[in-house]
Design a binder for this molecule. Structure first.
Ligand code: XMP
Length: 311
């Protein structure tokens, strides 16, 4: 792929579609939405509004980081707080696909629709990539940003048009385009993180309390494994509980599984052979810093037969 040619072509296309109108881009802080935002900004300047929807499911400091990085790129990001709406929609949902669907519906049909209505905006710039479309269409996993390809017309359902400049690209090509656009390494080389965010790291119902546990555990795991050179590493909160002892008392506490894998493209993966010392440190930190967790396990399953994520 010739990145410069691709970038010029997409900027022209965005200009042509939006005309003299306005568009919105929703940043998650990942490489796809960041690339689309910078492309959109180059094409439309101030006629592109960039927002970050705080759905309550993000990692520690994620919103602040996004605002800081984009400020350096000359792009203002507005934070829309919508935690309550997402938690309400996720209440009592335990099935993985139902949880994903709930997040999609609140995002597109409620929070985002409101933002567009208020701003009189008719276009959404979105970072859907080829793999998202392929996985959703094949029925492997419904990606929250895939609509038209599974028969949902955003124009009819929600009243706005979706522009997807990256839909022919795979992740490595998006990273190349991002580097060419001058997006910093903290974004272009970022470890993959799922669209449903920390909701994807909880088995069963997602509640603010469980999100707080998994958010703390995620900060610990990301810090301790930063230099592991693994493809992806994260904790997952189980639904079952296990007996533990705290302050000489029996406690039926939470179980956290640590996943750390090596992989090239996420299609297959092998568990990383982490030093015992590192695993012990993570276990100690999680069980002392997060009192509701009494047990930490390490997952040794390759993909296949397991997938990388748990839901
Ligand atoms: P699996 O679990 O299918 O994951 O082996 C492969 C890669 O895809 C990421 N992943 C997701 N990304 N929404 C996303 O945006 C999702 O629902 C989702 N599920 C998995 C996963 O983190 C891994 O890198």
């Amino acid at each position: 792929m010739n990145c410069r040619k691709f970038i010029d072509k997409k900027i022209k296309e965005i200009k042509k579609i939006v005309g003299s109108g306005k568009a919105i881009s929703v940043l998650s802080g990942g490489v796809d939405s960041s690339t689309v935002t910078v492309l959109g900004h180059r094409a439309l300047g101030n006629r592109l509004k960039t927002i970050f929807i705080d759905n309550g499911l993000m990692r520690e400091g994620e919103a602040e980081n996004v605002v800081r990085v984009f400020k350096k790129l000359g792009i203002k990001v507005e934070i829309i707080k919508a935690q309550d709406k997402f938690f309400r929609a996720l209440k009592e949902k335990t099935d993985p696909e139902e949880k994903r669907k709930a997040i999609t519906e609140v995002f597109y049909g409620d929070v985002f629709k409101d933002v567009l209505k208020k701003g009189k905006v008719k276009f959404l710039l979105q970072g859907t990539i080829l793999t998202d479309i392929e996985e959703t269409v094949a029925g492997i996993k419904r990606q929250h940003n895939v609509l038209a390809q599974i028969g949902i017309s955003p124009e009819k359902e929600y009243g706005y048009r979706v522009i997807e400049p990256l839909k022919e690209l795979r992740k490595d090509e998006v990273r190349k385009a991002a580097r060419t656009l001058g997006i910093p390494k903290s974004i272009t080389e970022r470890m993959p993180f799922p669209g449903p965010a920390l909701a994807a790291r909880i088995i069963g119902e997602v509640t603010p309390e469980k999100i707080s546990i998994i958010r703390n555990a995620t900060s610990i795991v990301e810090k301790e494994l930063k230099n592991s050179s693994a493809f992806q590493y994260f904790p997952v909160l189980m639904k079952d509980k296990a007996t533990g002892i705290r302050n000489n008392k029996r406690e039926f506490g939470n179980i956290i599984i640590i996943r750390c894998v090596e992989s090239l493209d996420a299609r297959t993966a092998t568990p990383k052979r982490l030093p015992w010392k590192v695993l012990e440190k993570i276990t100690k930190r999680i069980t002392t810093e997060i009192p509701k967790v009494t047990r930490v396990c390490y997952d040794l399953t390759p993909k296949p037969p397991a997938t990388i994520e748990y839901i």
